[in-house]
Write a protein that binds this ligand. Structure first.
Ligand code: SF4
Length: 448
């Protein structure tokens, strides 16, 4: 979500006539789009701002802005600590960044953070079309902002507010426009995508309908989404994934812990048994499904018994990969106040290693089982080290490296024979080009 917000911010600045600079030192405008989910976000921000202080002193016309979750939370405190910052804006008024920067040129430093999202603006947010995308054929599409849940460790509901869904028709129109611009892959974004539309209508599960409608958009070949909440993974959604050809067989289903005691303390709204049941239903319905997850190690009060329950669920779930996090408190959350129950650092480190071993084994097993298979790979480009090694993603979202002497083109869809499966990637060789790139390439015009 944060990365997509950065793309949208870049798009807003390009619309103002700005272009990307080679380095911060040359930039007229530097925006830090902060994310408090990241560990040590505040240290990183203030150290980067400290670095820019001298640049700004030497070139006072340069403008510095801070946005995102940390700005939403810290507000005026940012300018108190770094008075060379020109603008602070929050998560609910990202679209105001260009006008705030313009005003700050004449009015001086501005802190403008809305307490809650304006429903009209959120529903009508700048479409993905104007975003400056890293890969021209792949677009993020935000379908909802905020979250109605209250996980005890999470700051998102505080900084992003409650769930607001964008209108169904707008999303289909946006996907159609993206396809016309040459986008072939869309990643649908939301804090809890499968509750999409609950604020629009109680009539039926709109997320499943949305997947099917996006699946009908001509030119969109791959649809991914992140993240669904396990408690809201309904049979209708599983059926829509299974029956919509362009929805990729990939499910990121955050488990967080395998201990029911810890899951209750986290306020996650499901038990380990319920989670595994839903996962089994998804696997039974969706052919060749890749499953990934998020896990937190060392939640306050986590005992050895709780941790072993997590290991057992992880072993049973057989994940293709996982994002593992060491618990770190976020100011203002219920879990951050459980200081007396914090798990000692050395215990967490040991558990983290043990969890990694179990996850690596299942990832290796999943990837080794793909050796000798043909995969459809969307090529992203050559590696930094060698022009002969290219990388891309399979429909399941797996990273594939191919060694080749052929002239390949980023954005092409190719068929790859998998020679080897490693824990974090696949190795293979291209057997044929399925289709050339479809995205539009901008050609610079020189006027003399
Ligand atoms: S579902 Fe829980 S973890 Fe995810 S954004 Fe909402 S409160 Fe945070």
């Amino acid at each position: 979500m944060n990365e997509h917000d950065s793309e949208r911010l870049a798009g807003l600045l390009v619309n103002e006539g700005l272009a990307p600079a080679e380095s911060e030192a040359e930039a007229d405008v530097v925006i830090f789009n902060t994310c408090t989910i990241r560990e040590n976000a505040d240290l990183k921000l203030y150290s980067a701002l400290g670095h820019l202080k001298a640049v700004k002193a030497a070139r006072p016309t340069m403008q510095i802005a801070v946005g995102g979750c940390m700005a939403q939370h810290e507000r005026g405190r940012i300018i108190e600590r770094a008075d060379w910052v020109d603008v602070v804006f929050g998560t609910h008024n990202l679209h105001d960044a260009p006008s705030l920067l313009r005003r700050a040129r004449t009015e001086g430093p501005i802190v403008d953070v809305d307490d809650a999202p304006d429903p009209v603006v959120s529903r009508d947010m700048a479409p993905a079309l104007t975003a400056v995308r890293e890969l021209p054929w792949a677009a993020w599409m935000t379908i909802q902002t905020g979250c109605d849940n209250s996980c005890s460790y999470c700051i998102v509901p505080d900084v992003r507010g409650g769930e607001i869904s964008r209108p169904f028709a707008d999303l289909v129109t946006e996907a159609t426009a993206l396809a016309a611009a040459g986008v072939t892959e869309i990643t649908v974004l939301g804090q809890n995508v499968n509750s999409y539309g609950r604020d629009l209508t109680k009539r039926r599960p709109l997320f499943a309908d949305l997947l099917r409608a996006l699946g009908d958009v001509e030119g969109i070949e791959r649809i991914r989404f992140t993240s669904p909440h396990p408690k809201d993974l309904r049979p209708e959604t599983i059926a829509a994934i299974a029956e919509t050809a362009s929805v990729c067989p990939q499910l990121h289903l955050p488990l967080q812990s395998g201990s029911n005691r810890v899951l209750t303390a986290m306020r996650r709204g499901y038990s380990a048994e319920r989670y595994l049941e839903r996962l089994a239903s998804a696997r039974a319905a969706i052919t060749d499904l890749a499953v990934t997850t998020d896990l937190i190690v060392g939640y306050p009060g986590e005992t050895e018994e709780d941790f072993e329950a997590t290991l057992a669920v992880v072993a049973e779930a057989q994940y293709d990969s996982a994002f593992t996090f060491i618990f770190s408190p976020r100011d203002g959350t219920r879990a951050a106040r459980m200081v007396e129950d914090f798990v000692p650092e050395e215990v967490i480190k040991d558990r983290f290693e043990r969890l990694k071993n179990v996850l690596d084994r299942s990832a290796l097993r999943a990837h080794a089982s793909r050796e000798g298979r043909l995969e459809e790979v969307l090529l992203e480009g050559p590696s930094r080290r060698s022009d002969q090694r290219w990388s891309g993603r399979t429909r399941q979202g797996k990273l594939v490296h191919v060694d080749t002497d052929e002239q390949l083109r980023a954005g092409s869809l190719v068929e790859v024979y998998v020679d080897h499966g490693a824990p974090y990637h696949l190795m293979g060789h291209v057997t044929r080009v399925i289709r050339p790139p479809r995205h539009k390439v901008r050609i610079a015009l020189r006027v003399s």
